[in-house]
Write a protein that binds this ligand. Structure first.
Ligand SMILES: [Zn+2]
Length: 433
């Protein structure tokens, strides 16, 4: 955003009180997730949320500040099951699309055609949202009288977050393709090297929405719509597979104008909730619980996690999860049930578990205790850095170092604890029947 600010033109000195005295960036943070509206039935909504990152993080984090807006509702005719299984990443098409396809071609619509149509739908919606008026404001700024009475020339700029599947959809790349990252060209087989020097070099090579890329997409579209090639056919693979592109024109390419050069792949930012709290942190916590199951230590672990009333007690006794008190009204609620059962666990619960894990797991896995302590500490530290309200150059440096250390500890953990046989948690086994 600092770079974007330096790139915008400043207006000439104001002649009248209506003239802007400075140009500023309005950083628009887009976020979207399908929402299931009813306990029973299929009612659902897919709002596109807009936040302004000019607001401080703790301001737009509070629901009472009403800093977020439902800016659009994406087309969504979505079966209940899709939302339940968290695969609601695409706008859904009405069932009649399949019927029309069958009528026209005399066969069922292949899955890849359906997926392609859904992608096209999403980008067409964005094409509408990035209207001519918006593009005019984007290039030339829009005059706004701000709350302090000063007229400013405001230039909107984008950041996009949301589920990784949504970012994949908006980056127009293939989901879980050979190069699965919407931002860089890292290969699927290289993901395990995250945090190494080589990986850092690789991720610096960012995807670019340049002319050759757009020409590839155009040739792929010509192959489909002009020559009737299949979406999975070899001629399309030859053009798109190398970098995992899909044959959809990206609506955000529009933001790359002569006045405002823009690489759309720079706007995707990670989603801490889904990728860390419900991703890496969850996977590590679940695996540690599986290890405790194998070692028959879960009862002790749960007892440690559920409640204590005062921090003072926490200092005096060995804490167990059920003994940990509520910390702050909205920070950590006491663990009222056995954590190892992982019943109704949401992202915030994994966050709480992570923050209380270190003293609880102490002494439970004697054969690898040092390594597990190190892993839990580094994960909690990394998470702490990621959640900071504000970063400085030095905190970013420390954050990078924490990433490198955490990733190498995870690899070491995977190697060295392979001797402990782990199985799926009993609850998961039963739910699968
Ligand atoms: Zn990447």
């Amino acid at each position: 955003m600092l770079e974007a600010y330096h790139a915008i033109p400043q207006p000439p000195p104001p002649q009248t009180s209506d003239d802007p005295i400075e140009s500023i960036i309005m950083a628009i943070m887009e976020w979207s997730d399908a929402t299931h509206l009813a306990q029973f039935g299929t009612a659902s909504l897919w709002p596109g949320y807009t936040f302004f990152s000019n607001h401080p993080k703790d301001f737009h984090g509070k629901p009472t500040s009403k800093a977020g807006f439902h800016q659009a509702y994406f087309a969504s005719v979505m079966p209940y099951i899709f939302i339940q299984s968290n695969s609601s990443e695409y706008p859904q098409l009405p069932d009649t699309v399949r019927d029309s396809y069958r009528q026209q071609y005399g066969c069922d619509m292949p899955d890849e055609v359906y997926t392609h149509l859904k992608r096209e739908l999403m980008h067409s919606i964005w094409e509408l949202l990035l209207s001519e008026d918006f593009m005019d404001a984007y290039d030339n700024g829009i005059k706004i009288k701000c709350w302090d009475g000063i007229v400013r020339l405001v230039f909107p700029r984008f950041l996009y977050t949301g589920l990784i599947t949504q970012r994949i959809l908006l980056a127009t790349i293939k989901s879980l393709g050979g190069r699965p990252c919407p931002r860089c060209f890292v290969e699927k087989k290289q993901i395990s090297e995250t945090g190494t020097v080589n990986d850092m070099k690789r991720r610096a090579q960012i995807r670019i929405d340049d002319h050759p890329r757009r020409m590839d997409i155009e040739s792929a579209r010509k192959a489909i719509f002009g020559n009737g090639n299949s979406l999975k056919g070899p001629s399309l693979n030859a053009i798109l597979k190398k970098n995992s592109w899909v044959p959809t024109r990206n609506a955000f390419s529009k933001l790359d104008t002569i006045k405002t050069p823009f690489n759309l792949f720079t706007m995707f930012v990670p989603d801490l909730l889904h990728e860390v709290e419900l991703g890496v942190a969850k996977a590590i916590i679940v695996h540690l619980i599986c290890m405790l199951h194998s070692l028959k230590k879960t009862d002790e672990f749960d007892q440690r996690l559920v409640f204590y009333r005062y921090i003072a007690t926490l200092m005096l006794t060995i804490p167990r999860f059920r003994q940990i008190p509520t910390f702050g009204r909205a920070t950590i609620c006491s663990f009222s049930h056995n954590v190892s059962e992982l019943k109704h666990v949401a992202a915030r619960d994994y966050e709480d578990i992570l923050q209380c894990l270190l003293p609880v797991i102490e002494g439970l896995v004697p054969s690898h205790q040092g390594l597990i302590d190190k892993l839990c500490f580094e994960l909690a530290l990394w998470h702490g850095y990621a959640k900071l309200r504000m970063h400085t150059t030095s905190s970013i440096k420390l954050f990078r170092m924490a990433t490198t250390n955490l990733c190498s500890t995870i690899r070491r953990f995977a190697r060295e604890t392979a001797d402990i046989k782990t199985y799926e948690l009993p609850r998961r086994r039963t739910s699968k029947g």
